[in-house]
Each structure stands twice: as C-alpha cells, then as structure tokens.
Ligand binder design. Structure first.
Ligand SMILES: NC(=O)c1ccc[n+]([C@@H]2O[C@H](COP(=O)([O-])OP(=O)(O)OC[C@H]3O[C@@H](n4cnc5c(N)ncnc54)[C@H](O)[C@@H]3O)[C@@H](O)[C@H]2O)c1
Ligand SMILES: O=C(O)C(=O)C[C@@H](O)[C@H](O)[C@H](O)COP(=O)(O)O
Length: 542
C-alpha cells in the first residue's frame, strides 16, 4: 500500500451532496478536496455526459476505475467518488483494501426526495436520462445495499444545511474508533470524537424500551443532551442522579438505584447509560451487571480519565468501608461514546488527573504516548475547557485517548477477567488505592496513580530491574504535567495493611506490577519487605 492515501472517501447517490458537503468538510478539516468526476472531466477535456454520448458507459466505467484506483493511492485529503463508482468490482476491491488498512469510507445518506430533486436539477447526469426520478429510485435500490456494504461510516444529512452536514461529516472523519473483541467479549466499539454522543441511539438499539440515565449533577448539561437524543428516538428515559465522585460508588447508592429500577419496572430488555466520570461509569456498569443478573449498558465518559480508562474493559464496581473497588464484576458495555465536547466543562485539575492513567499506559506499553506527553506537556498542563474545542490541543488529546484506549483494549481483549496480562494495567495501583483510602478519597485517583507509578518504578530499580534514568523519566514526565510524584500522608504500617487488600494479593502474599524496562511490565511476587519500605521512603519527598 502506498504512503499516500485519502483521509476519507465519500460515496453516495447522485444529489446526496458529495461535492458540496465534501468540499465544505475538507475546508473544516483543512485538507484538499478531490472529486473523481471533476478529475475525469479534466483528463478527457469534456463533460462526462458528452463522453457517455460519444463512447458509452462501458468506456467511461473503465476510465473511472483507473482514475479512482490511482487517486486511492495518491490523493491525501477528502476524495468524493462518482455515484456509480462503487458498483465497479475493481473499485470495490480497492476500497476494501483501503478500509482493511484503516481507511474511512463514508456513505453520505441524504433524504431521498431532496437528493432526487437536486440530482435532476443539476443536469449533466447521463445515468438519469429520461424519467430522472424513476431512474434515480431504480439506481438507489441497486446501489444502497452495496454502499452499506462498502462504507464503514454513515452520515445522515436529513434536514441538515450543507454546513451542518459538512460539520457532521468532518466530525465523523476525525472520530477514532477502537474495536474491542476477545474470546469472552461481545464485541463493541469505543468511539472518540466531537459529537460521538450522537451515536447513542444507534448503540442502544431497537429492542430497548426504558433507559436509566445514571449521572451526577455536575454533568447535567451533557446528560440533558443525551436525554434529548433518547426521547426524540422514542425511549422512556428515567433520570437517576447519584452523588458526585467516590460518594456515588457506595452500596447505599446502589440500594437507592436498585429500588428505582424496581419501582420503574426495569426488565431484562431495558438498558442503563452511565454518563460522567470514572466513578459514575464504574457504578452504572455495576448496576447493569447486577440488575436481573445483567442488562445492556452504554458508557458515556465525560472526564479524561473515564475516556482513556474507566469506561472501557468492563471492570465495574463500588467501594466498601474496607477499601477501593472491593465489590464488583467484569461486565462489558455495549459501547463507549467518548464525546470530546464533554471536556469543555471539565476543570483543569480533573483533566490533569486523567493524564496520570495516560502516562501509566505509556510506561507499560506505548512509548508514543510518552513522546506526545513530553512534546505537549505545557499545553496539556494549561488545559482550558473553554478554549479546547477546535484548538490544536483537541487533536493531541484525541490522539492520546486513542493510544491509551488501545493499550487498555490490548490487555482487556486477551484477559478480560484479569488472570495475568490484564494486571499490567494495574501498574502503580497497589499504592494508589492505599493512598486514596488513607486520604478519604480527597486525593483523586489519577493523582494517586501518578505517585503509585513512581513507587513501582523505584521498587523496580531497587530490585535491579529498571535503570535510574527510567525512574527519573517517570518523575520528569509526571511533574511536567502537573501531577504529584510524592506522598507523605500516612505511615508504612497503614499502607502495607491496605496493600494486603489489593486484588492482586494472594493469601498473605503481596504481588506487584513492576517494570524491567519502559514498555516491559512484569509480575513481582512476594518482594522483600526492605525493598518495599525503601521504595516508600523514596516517594516521601519528590
Ligand atoms: N473501571 C476501570 O477500569 C477504571 C479505570 C480507571 C479508573 N476507574 C475509576 O474511575 C474513578 C476516577 O474517575 P474520574 O477521575 O473521572 O473521577 P470522577 O468520576 O470522580 O470524576 C471527577 C470529578 O469530575 C467531575 N466531572 C466529570 N466529568 C465532568 C465534566 N465533563 N465537566 C465537569 N465536571 C466533570 C465529576 O463530577 C467529579 O467531580 C475512580 O473511581 C477509579 O477507581 C475505573
Ligand atoms: O482495567 C484494569 O484492569 C485496570 O486495572 C485499570 C486501572 O487503571 C483502574 O484504575 C481500575 O479501576 C483498577 O481496578 P482494581 O481492580 O485495581 O480495583
């Protein structure tokens, strides 16, 4: 495959707006726009309709096939194909190779009547000669199933102005989708982008009647949007507001929600949506896992941490008096919609906290994450929700979310129930959960994870697995993002007692995840107590 390829390919019926909407979308995305019909006309030096008259459809299709295949290997912006192009077998094969390699083929679906009118108004459409509407309808019946088959994205433009349609198209093109599969997993997608929430109805599906929309007061604005979309689609939506952050992850709140689900007649064919930070998505997933032994749920994360980590992978749960996440279940969502618009209202300190889990994912698996964090540390540290959307930082954050979710998905897909590999995602968490508990959850999870990663790095170094340079790298990256690297809020005895309640511990034996190099996590069983204490001493001061 060539290095050059389109950012996306737009297909659709004549009159769907491929040229008009495609050109505007390319402007929004700041990329070139290429229309295969225009390129062909340039090459043949005449209108396509005249070429058809002179040489016939067969000759045109041959020319079209060569042009499209060349452009699929040479153009870099948005490429709009002529309406009939995807019906050609060679073009279809080239498009299949393109999508298999991660390319995006978008089916632009317009209202039939509007598209028909536009197509017959514009002329220069040899395939519509005669009774244009009747011919359009016939083409539609032949082409629509093929378009559905080829396209991996669809944009419905019904009732939208060309500008609105172009926005939808550009948002969808910018969107990243990470597929989650695995032997124990019903496959689902994590959609990351501005406007991802608009997929909610598609993911909830047709079989659901009632939806419990679980959220906190702090994200009311975003839950209003979700509710409006769902009500418009005809679902019976029940707002269920829970206390903020960790105060929502308790058995008392669970009892309150179970009661509401019962009183409102939730059955096995109903669904739950968890909309909010990681505490809410953990809690909502747990409600879904336990109600009638499991009903459908979708996560709509609104904090960076929930987008990169908590909402994906199916670890659901609540805290107890004894510690963090001690009661829960592995139960996967039907989809995750990380709508970047939610970050607009996210306070800076909570954004930065999320970077703790992002950095962790870099340390355990993806060096590119560490590079991005290093290159954009200052911009990330100064995150400002008001200026975020449309800024260059939005692309950086979107890329970081995609990378981090991929790290998560790699571990989860291969070990949903955490028998070994998945434990690597717990890097830094053995100490982090103890800190959170000792600080009565006033310390945010991502901040505790940052300190926990430094602790695990120090332990790795003391035991001879990690160079000092890599320990220093932990401190420099985390502190450049505004994350803490030290903690002195509790005694070693308190900490070690809580570490024994960590889910990685077995019997009386402590188990840790450490590194034997950046990107190389390993398990550590029953480490010497002196090493644990020494590492603890080293995180007392930064
Ligand atoms: N299940 C998992 O795999 C997993 C992974 C990582 C973390 N977690 C859990 O996630 C939780 C941490 O997640 P978190 O950092 O999102 O914490 P959180 O849910 O407590 O959210 C932090 C704060 O931000 C607010 N908030 C969230 N989105 C907002 C928005 N868009 N605008 C304004 N305010 C917003 C919340 O109301 C809360 O006050 C912890 O409970 C942790 O254990 C779970
Ligand atoms: O998904 C996982 O597995 C993780 O360990 C991800 C962690 O980042 C996350 O904080 C998780 O909530 C920790 O769960 P726990 O099992 O240690 O309670």
């Amino acid at each position: 495959m060539s290095d050059h390829r389109p950012l996306a390919v737009v297909i659709g019926m004549p009159g769907a707006g491929k040229t008009r909407v495609g050109r505007e979308a390319a402007q929004i995305l700041d990329v070139d726009f290429t229309d295969t019909d225009i390129e062909i006309e340039k090459e043949i030096g005449m209108k396509i309709s005249r070429y058809f008259d002179q040489y016939g459809e067969r000759a045109f299709r041959k020319l079209e096939s060569q042009t499209v295949i060349n452009l699929l290997e040479s153009c870099e912006g948005l490429l709009a194909l002529g309406g009939g192009a995807p019906m050609n077998v060679d073009i279809r094969e080239a498009l299949a190779d393109y999508t298999a390699d991660g390319g995006k083929v978008v089916y632009l679906e317009a209202d039939k009547r509007e598209a028909m009118e536009r197509a017959s108004r514009s002329g220069n459409r040899p395939m519509l000669n005669g009774d244009a509407d009747k011919r359009w309808m016939k083409l539609y019946e032949e082409r629509d199933p093929v378009f559905h088959d080829i396209a991996n994205l669809r944009v419905r433009t019904h009732g939208s102005t060309p500008r609105m349609a172009a926005r939808k198209l550009s948002n969808m093109i910018r969107e990243h989708i990470v597929h989650v599969t695995g032997s124990d997993i019903e496959p689902y997608d994590v959609c990351i982008g501005e406007g991802a929430l608009n997929r909610l109805v598609e993911i909830i599906g047709d079989d659901v009647l009632r939806i419990a929309l679980i959220h906190t007061q702090s994200v009311q604005r975003h839950s209003d949007q979700a509710r409006a979309l769902l009500r418009q689609a005809g679902y019976e939506v029940h707002d269920m507001v829970i206390p903020d952050a960790e105060s929502g992850k308790t058995v008392d709140v669970a009892k309150m929600i179970w009661k509401q689900l019962g009183e409102r007649g939730f059955t096995r064919s109903d669904a739950i949506i968890g909309l909010g930070g990681g505490a809410t998505t953990d809690f909502a997933g747990f409600m879904a896992a336990t109600w009638m032994r499991g009903i459908r749920y979708v996560n709509c994360p609104t904090s960076l941490l929930a987008m990169v980590d908590a909402s994906t992978g199916g670890k659901t749960g609540i805290n107890t008096e004894e510690g963090k996440n001690l009661v829960g279940s592995f139960y996967t969502p039907a989809g995750v919609l990380a709508d970047l618009r939610a970050l607009k209202t996210l306070p800076r300190d909570i954004f930065i906290e999320g970077l703790g889990e992002v950095a962790k994912s870099g340390f355990i698996r993806d060096a590119e994450i560490l590079e991005i964090l290093r290159d954009y540390a200052e911009d990330l540290r100064n995150f400002d929700g008001d200026a975020f959307l449309g800024s260059s930082l939005e692309d950086v954050v979107s890329e970081l979310i995609k990378h981090t979710v991929r790290v998560k998905v790699y571990h989860v897909s291969n070990d949903l129930k955490e028998t070994g590999l998945r434990e690597f995602l717990n890097y830094g968490h053995t100490l982090a959960h103890a800190i959170e508990k000792l600080e009565h959850f006033r310390w945010r999870h991502g901040n505790a994870v940052a300190v926990g990663c430094v602790y695990a790095a120090e332990l790795s170094h003391i035991l001879g697995y990690l160079d000092q340079e890599d320990v220093d790298l932990h401190r420099s990256i985390l502190s450049s993002l505004g994350l803490p690297t030290s903690w002195n809020g509790g005694s070693w005895d308190e900490v070690v007692a809580l570490m024994h309640k960590d889910k990685k511990a077995r019997g009386n034996t402590l188990r840790f995840v450490i590194l034997d190099g950046i990107g190389h996590p390993i398990h550590l069983e029953d480490p010497p107590m002196e090493a644990l204490v020494e590492a603890f001493d080293r995180i007392q001061t930064s």
